[in-house]
Every structure is written in structure tokens, then in C-alpha cells.
Design a protein around this ligand. Structure first.
Ligand code: GLC
Length: 562
């Protein structure tokens, strides 16, 4: 190994070297026969996760919750939902994970709580109680209507009338998710205390939910209508409001600072010039999830019916922009799936592609870009979208909201359902496919959400035994990346920039260079890649390779030493 590279690697923090695995606990593994996954199920599968080569698990919320938004509506920030188990199950998970060198990352949902949280129940009870300003209350307009025309992210007005107080409260997401008032120092302190409670339990970091919405503008004014009902997306009115950084720095100071943890904020639409305040040594967080590449099909906002087919060059530009931005400031998570997105093979690769090759192609991009890769449960198997025949079969609250928006905006029920097929969050939430057994080995009961029908071939047990499976390709890649200084920290450079069929880039350190090329089409594509002349094939998603052409959805990695 070249000396410079060793120094590079040694400079990296543990969370920059490892891959992270995201678990949606409700759908991961049920050990009690309830139809819902639980914490003991996660502990049971730690050996599987260790073998996959991951060093941290991000758990989506496991706190007590009425489950209107599957745990993102929290009614107690320092307890475990009994559906998932007990605090001692959680402590056991931390201890067992620790033995395998795996950290547990908790999800902090601090823009809003559940409307069943005792803070909200108190706040809504009168205008005089001690928590009366823990949430965002406003009087009606003189005609009795909501204070503004803002539309919540799940559809419908972002305001809800409260009889007791004779006022409206604001909810950026569902009606049952009232926004907390971060202007109040007692609210902030209570949230910091809750995060410190989990640090004391030994968690390895936090994913911080919807953080760009915590600071509200001084004046609440109607936005430009962008839907037939005259409403306006709340995101445009409140995201990244000036003054937000003061809260974020306070958060860092009172919670994260001085701990060997990582923080990753869900932070849509942070401007590149502001990045340095958000991530890196001076920034509030270690990493942030931004949406530019995952939302390429939504050039004008996130209403599902407004989606447009995207060009590969648009996706490449978005990926290159974040690779370039973080080369100067900080570090990014790399992701193509999470619990809010459809499965990546359906989104990014053409219909009709060989599903195994397609999943491996996306895995190749995920694990060769610079940043911390986040693997979402089932992605390592090549799990795919579902398409149920009625909106009633969908659990995801945003699918119902978006279905209504489509109908209100003049689409037919069939068209509205088609948008749900494409973008429903349930695509990613169907139960994990463990085996060919009934319910894919996820549960012995009726699962809370139907299992994807492809579980007979796409499952852990089958793929474990098949050397050519998606699962074994992931294992190979996580291991390869973890021990490869070029992939860990080498410079990124985009190649063949204008090509609408191939995504190509290099990663380089002093003395060696790696080339990654992925054909995003179903065609065989010839390539003019002189840069490959002195490079040797490492591996890819087909047997062997040819420097002059790429087969349908082929992904290849080459290396050159000089
Ligand atoms: C984030 C979560 C999403 C949730 C929303 C409201 O975007 O990822 O699942 O519905 O915040 O908490």
C-alpha cells in the first residue's frame, strides 16, 4: 500500500469506512407471531448483518407511537413501543451488536410529535397551560378559515382546527403530527434531554428527521397556489428558514459534541453554498441526506402526478454535484433506497432489465461512490416494488394523500393508482424476505403488510446458497470497499459526461485509479474509453468484460496502477 493512502485511511472516522444498514423494524423480523417485526428479531439477525459487512444499523423509530405514520408520530421520546419489545430487549440489542462491532443509530423525529404525546394533550387543553406554546398555534383568519393556504406534505391543509383552544395548530406532515415550537427553549431542552438519554444507553449516532422544517418564518403568509384547490406546498414556505442554524449549533453543542458518534440529518434543499454550515468540522452534522438525485423525476416539487421521466445526464449531474460539494466540505451518505422511496431497480433502471443484474448494477454505484453507503433492508436481495390493485390495500399515509391530490387535480382513479404504484412508500415497506417459507419467513401470523410475491426466488436463504446472487455480490462489494483505500477516500471524477446511456467515473489516489462504468439501458452499448487501455478488470455484474462495449445494465470496475 502506498504510504499516502494509508494516512488517508487512518484519517477516516469509523463511520466513513463502514457501510450502514437501514432497518424498518415493523417489516424486518417478527419473533412473537404478531405480524409485526420486533427488536428481538433484529438481534436474531445480527450474524446475518455482520456477514453482510455493515458496521451500523439505522433503526427507523421504535418509540411508543399511535403508528399513523408508522412511528414517525412519537408519543414518548424515551421509551420503546411495546409492539417492538421492551427497554431490556433494546439494551440486549445494543450489547449483542457491540460484540459484532455494529453500532445502533436512532432516528430523532424532532420537528413534530404525535398528537397523543402528553405535551400536545396538555398544550391543546387551553391557551393558559404551562405547555400552551410548545406547539404552533394561530388564530383563524377573520372568515374562520386556516391561517394560511399551506398544504401539508401528505396532502390536505397543514392546519387543523382545535375546539378546546378555538385555534388552529400547524402540522407539516399528517394532522396527527403537530409541529413542535422550537422557539421555546424548554421544548429544545426537552428534546436534547431525550437524545442524551439514548446516548447514555450507548447508541452510536442519530439520523435526524425532517430537520429543515424546525424553524418557522416570522410571518405566516399564503404561498403561490400550485394545486387546483388553491393550496401551496408548505415546504416552499418553511424549509431552511433563516435562523435555523442557531438551533442546529445548539443541538450539536448540547448533545452530539464530544461523542464518538455520527449524525446524519434528513435535509432536503440545503444550498451548496450553505453546506459548510451543515456538515464537516464546522457544520452542525456529520452528513446529510439530500434529495437531488433521488428526486430527479420531480423537477417541480413532490406531487406524484407531476413526475417526469428523467435523463441519465440529470441523475449523473446530481450525483456529481454532491460528490464535488463534499470533496470540499464534509462527507455524504450514499443512498438509492430508504423507507420513503420505491425500490431503486424500479426507479433508476428500465423495465425489462434482468432483475439480478439490475440490482447488482445499482449496488455497484452505491458502494463505489465516495461517502458512507446506506443499504436499505432488502436492497441487498434485489427486492422490488409491488403494485396492488386498490388504494385500500395501501397502508402508507402519503399514498392516500397523494391519491386524493391526483383525483382533485383531475386524474382518473386508475391514473391515481398508477402514481401510487410508482411512488408509494409501501414499495419499500413490504416484509423482509428471509426464505421460501410462508410469509417469506418474516412472520407466522398475517403480516401487517403483504409480502412481495417474488419472495420464492428473492430471499435470504436461497441467495445465501447461490454464489451469483445479489446478496453475495453485496457481500463481496462491502468487503472490497472497506479494505480499498481508493474507494474509501479516492478523488471522484466524472467521465463520459454527456453520455445518456452510461454513468462512468473514476476514483483515484496517488498511484492508482479505479474506473466504474454502468450501462443504464437495455441495449448493448459500444464505448470509446481510451482511459481503460492500461486498466485491468476487477469485477462486475457479468462474467468477464470487454473494454469496447457494455452489455444491458452491465456494471464494471477496472483498476490501474501507475
Ligand atoms: C421523514 C421520514 C418519513 C416521515 C416524515 C415525517 O421524511 O423519513 O418517513 O413520514 O419524515 O416524520
Amino acid at each position: 500500500m502506498i504510504e499516502g493512502c494509508r494516512i488517508f485511511m487512518n484519517n477516516l472516522k469509523w463511520w466513513q469506512k463502514t457501510a450502514v444498514y437501514q432497518i424498518y423494524p415493523k417489516s424486518f423480523m417478527d419473533t412473537t407471531g404478531s405480524g409485526t417485526g420486533d427488536i428481538a428479531g433484529i438481534t436474531q439477525k445480527l450474524d446475518y448483518l455482520q456477514k453482510l459487512g455493515i458496521g451500523a444499523i439505522w433503526l427507523t423509530p421504535i418509540y411508543p407511537s399511535p403508528m399513523v405514520d408508522n412511528g414517525y408520530d412519537i408519543s414518548d421520546y424515551t421509551a420503546i413501543d411495546p409492539r417492538y419489545g421492551t427497554m431490556s430487549d433494546f439494551e440486549k440489542l445494543i450489547a449483542e451488536a457491540d460484540k459484532r462491532n455494529i453500532k445502533i443509530i436512532m432516528d430523532l423525529v424532532y420537528n413534530h410529535s404525535s398528537d397523543q404525546h402528553k405535551w400536545f394533550l396538555e398544550s391543546k387543553s387551553s391557551r393558559e397551560n404551562p405547555k400552551s406554546d410548545w406547539y404552533i398555534w394561530r388564530d383563524a383568519k377573520p372568515d374562520g378559515s386556516a391561517p394560511t393556504n399551506w398544504r401539508g406534505i401528505f396532502g390536505g391543509s397543514a392546519w387543523e382546527w382545535c375546539e378546546e383552544r378555538q385555534q388552529y395548530y400547524l402540522h407539516t406532515f399528517a394532522t396527527q403530527q403537530p409541529d413542535l415550537n422550537w422557539e421555546n427553549p424548554d421544548v429544545r431542552q426537552a428534546l436534547y434531554d431525550a437524545a442524551n438519554f439514548w446516548l447514555d444507553k450507548g447508541v452510536g449516532g442519530f439520523r435526524i428527521d425532517a430537520i429543515v422544517y424546525i424553524k418557522k418564518p416570522k410571518d405566516f403568509v399564503d404561498g403561490e397556489p400550485d394545486s387546483a384547490d388553491g393550496s401551496s406546498a408548505i415546504h416552499d414556505a418553511i424549509a431552511n428558514t433563516s435562523g435555523i442554524l442557531d438551533y442546529l449549533y445548539e443541538f450539536k453543542e448540547k448533545v452530539f459534541k464530544g461523542h464518538d458518534i455520527f449524525t446524519v440529518a434528513e435535509a432536503n434543499a440545503v444550498k451548496p453554498e450553505e453546506l459548510k454550515y451543515w456538515v464537516g468540522e464546522q457544520g452542525a452534522f456529520d452528513m446529510l441526506f439530500e434529495f437531488s438525485h433521488s428526486n430527479v423525476m420531480f423537477p417541480t416539487g413532490e406531487i406524484w402526478h407531476s413526475w417526469k421521466p428523467f435523463k441519465l445526464t440529470t441523475l449523473k449531474k446530481a450525483l456529481t454535484a454532491s460528490q464535488t460539494a463534499t470533496a470540499q466540505n464534509g462527507w455524504y451518505p450514499i443512498y438509492f433506497e430508504n423507507h420513503d422511496k420505491p425500490r431503486c431497480v424500479n426507479t433508476f433502471l428500465p423495465k425489462g432489465a434482468d432483475p439480478i443484474k439490475a440490482a447488482k448494477a445499482m449496488a455497484t454505484v452505491l458502494l463505489t461512490l465516495r461517502g458512507t453507503p446506506f443499504i436499505y433492508e432488502g436492497q441487498e436481495l434485489g427486492m422490488t416494488n409491488v403494485a396492488w390493485d386498490s388504494i385500500d390495500k395501501y397502508n402508507d399515509i402519503s399514498s392516500h394523500g397523494q391519491y386524493e391530490i391526483s383525483l382533485n387535480d383531475g386524474f382518473t382513479p386508475e391514473q391515481a393508482l398508477e402514481f401510487v404504484h410508482l411512488f408509494s412508500r409501501d414499495n419499500a415497506r413490504t416484509p423482509m424476505q428471509w426464505s421460501k417459507e410462508v410469509n417469506a419467513g418474516f412472520t407466522t401470523a398475517q403480516p401487517w403488510l403483504p409480502v412481495n410475491e417474488n419472495y420464492l426466488t428473492v430471499n435470504v436463504e436461497t441467495e445465501d446458497l447461490d454464489k451469483k446472487s445479489v446478496l453475495n455480490y453485496f457481500r463481496k462489494l462491502t468487503n472490497f470497499r472497506e479494505h480499498n483505500e481508493i474507494l474509501l477516500n479516492g478523488n471522484y471524477e466524472e467521465l463520459l459526461k454527456d453520455d445518456e446511456r452510461i454513468y462512468a467515473f473514476s476514483r483515484s489516489t496517488q498511484g492508482s485509479k479505479m474506473y466504474v462504468l454502468i450501462n443504464f439501458t437495455l441495449d448493448e452499448v459500444s464505448i470509446q474509453a481510451d482511459f481503460l487501455n492500461r486498466a485491468n478488470f476487477v469485477f462486475g455484474n457479468y462474467e468477464g468484460s470487454d473494454k469496447r462495449r457494455l452489455r444491458p445494465v452491465e456494471a464494471v470496475i477496472y483498476e490501474e496502477t501507475f
